[in-house]
Design a binder for this molecule. Structure first.
Ligand code: DQQ
Length: 541
């Protein structure tokens, strides 16, 4: 199978070889975006982790740099684990990360660039007094990891960080205060705790403006600000967030809606997306989110391919001023640099049970924007008494399961006969009370003829407001499909491994598999180029 080479992505960040997991310490410095990442130099499976390092001018084209940090001290010899960067007002850069010690205790460590005037930040110094934090009394030695970016305390004279942990089955976030990043005081209590959510990995905590569309630096707070608290749940390997308000005096974060608290409510992504991290991009005044997207094929195939995992296309994050109850995620605009020829299909009428092939040149590298309007009369007149109130994408049986008002959407990475294909679609349910709910799903059940890859249906509800069309955007890149509904209210990332619908043999379709309603679709698709991601020739420095 030629090393499964067609699965390699063309414009997602991934190392040349071997295993990658969490994004670490993203930052912008002297004209370059820096991405560090959990990396195993020895194989395509997780192991003793080193910090890989790459830089980019535009978040799309990347140069691999030498490792930033390797496991070489007693306090990180079992792995240089996840961490975050803080840029201080005077321009200094502070990196805090978790070390896995020789006796398997999780400790926090400090590192900084040897030479701030180097735009590439090639050399990193580990502080001689490391570790700077060890697990506090009552916290397990293996439940103390992934420090956040620091924010300023209310007086502006101290820095605060939060670190995820757990007590029995309650996920918690501990907060520490420091002046110099070398010595710390733990604040009383927790910033937040949610029973039943287990260990909180890779906590993220940041402000979003409820009035402006620009991003906010991590220390900003005030009346027109809400705070996002995110935890990566070790128990189910998904990233959950909630919107709330941070009281810096009490050092408490209170969720806007306790029923949508961290770990029991909203997810960043209803597919594969984990251990994510944001940073404030002072270059373009925006907050950018990165996430680790693992493979869902077998470990044997990963070893055969010689690589595993990609990073998501970086996404801007803003508060959704229309719903007021979620964030919006959207691919950074730079990804549009990769767009070349486009094709457009306007007003395609899709009767119940129809399918419409779309012709494109590079079907495995696409940026698809589609919107759908449903036939109002049929919609108004339709009531589903059994009310699919319990409909949920994961248990629905996928796009083959027909309802009166759905599914309709696109099929990507399909072959000529649709023996393979991944439908990305909307499914509307309407109860006897006339109340409609829209679900956004990605169906992998027929995504691959290969037997040993995960094939599930992903998805969740998506708010669709009065007057809005049903709209989606999908970035297709060989073995990954990242899909955004309603401007980024609900997001689904799928890894799929077609065996026939590969490269130029793949096809794209519009479909409407509803039994009752007709749909009018408009779609625009761009061929996506291949990003330049390569080793930086250091001798050219
Ligand atoms: N990955 C790192 C940890 C983190 C986990 C180790 C999340 O620091 O908790 O590779 O994927």
């Amino acid at each position: 199978n030629a090393m499964l080479s067609w699965q390699r992505t063309a414009y997602h960040f991934q190392p040349e070889h071997n295993w990658m997991n969490d994004p670490n310490g993203p930052l912008f410095h002297k004209g370059w975006y820096h991405l560090f990442y959990q990396y195993n130099p020895d194989s395509a499976v997780w192991g003793t982790i080193t910090w890989g390092h790459a830089v980019s001018k535009d978040l799309i084209h990347w140069l691999y740099l030498p490792f930033a940090m390797v496991p070489d001290h007693w306090y990180d010899i079992k792995g240089v684990w996840t961490g975050s960067a803080t840029i201080l007002p005077d321009g200094q850069i502070v990196m805090l990360y978790t070390g896995d010690t020789y006796d398997v205790v999780q400790v926090q460590c400090l590192a900084y660039p040897a030479n701030l005037s180097d735009p590439l930040l090639l050399d990193w110094v580990k502080y001689s007094g490391n570790p700077v934090l060890v697990p506090p009394p009552g916290i397990g030695p293996k439940d103390f990891r992934d420090p956040t970016t620091a924010w300023l305390s209310p007086d502006g004279d101290k820095w605060r960080i939060t670190i995820g942990s757990k007590l029995n089955k309650t996920g918690i976030s501990l907060v520490y205060e420091t002046v110099d990043f070398k010595t710390y005081d733990m604040l009383d209590g927790y910033m937040h705790a949610v029973p039943g959510t287990g260990m909180w990995e890779c906590v993220d905590f940041y402000p979003v403006s409820i009035k402006e569309v620009n991003g906010l630096d991590t220390s900003v707070n005030g009346p027109s600000v809400k705070h996002v608290l995110k935890a990566s749940l070790d128990d189910d390997k998904n990233d959950y967030y909630a919107l709330g308000v941070y009281d810096p005096i009490e050092n408490k974060w209170i969720p806007d809606d306790p029923e949508l608290d961290v770990g029991i409510g909203l997810r960043y992504d209803y597919g594969k997306f984990y251990a994510s991290k944001t940073f404030y991009d002072q270059n373009k005044q925006r907050r950018i989110l990165w996430g680790w997207i693992r493979e869902t094929d077998s470990e044997d195939d990963d070893i055969l391919k010689g690589w595993a995992s990609v990073q998501s296309i970086p996404r801007t994050v803003v508060f959704d001023q229309k719903t007021g109850s979620n964030i919006l995620q959207w691919p950074v605009s730079e990804v549009e640099e990769l767009r070349s020829e486009s094709v457009e299909f306007g007003n395609v009428k899709l009767g119940p049970g129809s399918i419409f092939p779309l012709k494109v040149d590079t079907p495995s590298q696409l940026d698809i924007v589609a919107s759908f309007e449903i036939d109002e009369d049929a919609f108004e007149g339709t009531v589903e008494v059994d009310a699919d109130a319990s409909y949920s994408c994961p248990t629905s049986g996928g796009a083959a399961n027909r309802g009166k008002l759905g599914p309709f959407g696109v099929i990507v990475l399909g072959d000529k006969t649709l023996s393979e294909g991944t439908p990305i679609y909307f499914y509307i349910t309407k109860g006897a009370n006339g109340k409609a709910e829209t679900h956004f799903c990605a169906d992998e059940l027929r995504s691959s003829l290969a037997p040993d890859v995960e094939k599930v249906v992903y998805g969740s509800k998506v708010p669709v407001l009065d007057g809005e069309k049903y709209s989606l955007r999908s970035l297709v890149d060989h073995s990954i499909v990242e899909s955004f509904a309603q401007g980024g209210r609900t997001v689904i990332t799928s890894r799929v491994y077609p065996t026939k619908a590969v490269d130029g043999a793949a096809r794209v379709y519009l479909f409407n598999n509803a039994t009752k309603v007709s749909v009018t679709a408009s779609v625009k698709m761009w061929n996506m180029g291949t990003a330049d991601i390569r080793t930086f020739p250091l001798n050219e420095l």
